[in-house]
Ligand binder design. Structure first.
Ligand SMILES: C[S@@+](CC[C@H](N)C(=O)[O-])C[C@H]1O[C@@H](n2cnc3c(N)ncnc32)[C@H](O)[C@@H]1O
Length: 272
C-alpha cells in the first residue's frame, strides 16, 4: 500500500500553539532515526523478548486477524510483532526519517501500510480500527486528553487500546543505584555512545515543555482515559519484558532495565 504524504496542509492542522514543540519533537526523533535501533531497549530481540512484548498484545487482541493502528511506529520494531501475530497493520509516525528506516526493514509486506501523520490528529476515519497499539508515545503527547478522544474516535466499539510506556523523568526507587553503577561503568569503560542521544540536554528541554514532563504514571493516565470514555482499564506489569531483556544484555544494559518505572495499560472503547 502506498505511503501518504505529510504535507504543509496537514502540518497546519497541528495545534498552532504546539507547533514549535511538535516540530522540535519531530526533529529530535528524526535525528535519532539512524542510531535508534542501536540504543538498548529499542530493538526487540527475537525469541524471549519478542514473546514478552507480544504477550499483552495477543491477550488484548485475540487470535483472529484484526485491523490495527500502531501509533508512533518509529523504526518498526513493534510493527514487526503486531504483523507477526497475523494482523493488518497501519504503522503511523510523523517523522519521515523514522518511517524510512521502518519501510526498509519491512519492504514488501502486504498486510502493512505506513502512514506519515500526527498521532494527535491522524485524519483517519471514525471507527476504522479494532485496536490501537503504541510504545513510548504517550509521554511525549502535547495534548493528552484531546489525543485520547481522537484515539477513541478511531476505534470500533469494543476495540482496544494498548499502551506501553513509562516515567522517563525520574528513576524509580532503587533506580538511582542502577544509574550510579551505569555511570561507574561509563567512567571505566567509556560512555555508551548509542545511548547518549536519549540523555541529551535537548531531550531534557523537550521534557520540560510536555504535559507529562514531570513523569508519566499509570494512575494519572487512567482517569484521563476514563474521562474520554474508555473502560475496562487494566494495568499490567512490564517486569516480564524487562526480565526477558536482561537475558542477553551486558551488565550496563541489564542495569538500565532497573532505572525507570514502566507499565502496560490496556483499555477498551465500550460497545454502548
Ligand atoms: C521513543 S520513539 C518510539 C518508537 C517506537 N514506538 C518504538 O517503541 O520503537 C518515539 C516515536 O514517536 C514518534 N512521535 C512522537 N510524537 C508523535 C506524534 N505526535 N505523531 C506521530 N509520531 C510521533 C517519533 O517520531 C518517534 O518515532
Amino acid at each position: 500500500m502506498a505511503a501518504a504524504t505529510f504535507n504543509i496542509w496537514q502540518a497546519d492542522l497541528m495545534d498552532g500553539a504546539n507547533f514549535d514543540l511538535k516540530e522540535e519533537i519531530r526533529d529530535y526523533w528524526s535525528k535519532r532515526s539512524k542510531t535508534f535501533d542501536l540504543a538498548f531497549g529499542h530493538k526487540i530481540a527475537p525469541g524471549a523478548e519478542a514473546d514478552a512484548w507480544q504477550k499483552p498484545i495477543r491477550a488484548a487482541l485475540g487470535l483472529q486477524p484484526k485491523q490495527v493502528l500502531e501509533l508512533a511506529c518509529g523504526t518498526g520494531e513493534v510493527t514487526q510483532l503486531i504483523h507477526d501475530l497475523g494482523h493488518d497493520v497501519t504503522a503511523l509516525d510523523f517523522s519521515e526519517a523514522m518511517l524510512a528506516v521502518a519501510r526498509r526493514k519491512h519492504a514488501g509486506k502486504a498486510r502493512l501500510r505506513f502512514l506519515l501523520a500526527d498521532a494527535e490528529h491522524t485524519m483517519e476515519p471514525d471507527e476504522a480500527y479494532d485496536a490501537i497499539v503504541c510504545r513510548h508515545l504517550v509521554w511525549t503527547l502535547t495534548r493528552p486528553e484531546e489525543t485520547f478522544r481522537e484515539w477513541f474516535r478511531l476505534l470500533k466499539p469494543g476495540g482496544h487500546l494498548v499502551i506501553f510506556d513509562g516515567d522517563w523523568a525520574q528513576p524509580k526507587p532503587g533506580g538511582r543505584i542502577a544509574m550510579m553503577l551505569i555511570a561507574l561503568i561509563d567512567r571505566i569503560c567509556g560512555a555508551d555512545r548509542n545511548y547518549d542521544g536519549a540523555l541529551s540536554s535537548r531531550h531534557a528541554r523537550i521534557m520540560e515543555a510536555l504535559p507529562f514532563g514531570d513523569g508519566l504514571h499509570a494512575d494519572v493516565l487512567a482517569p484521563i482515559l476514563e474521562t474520554v470514555g474508555f473502560a475496562e482499564i487494566e494495568l499490567q506489569s512490564h517486569s516480564p519484558i524487562a526480565k526477558a531483556q536482561r537475558k542477553n544484555a551486558n551488565l550496563r544494559n541489564k542495569l538500565r532495565t532497573f532505572v525507570y518505572g514502566r507499565f502496560i495499560l490496556v483499555c477498551t472503547r465500550p460497545t454502548t
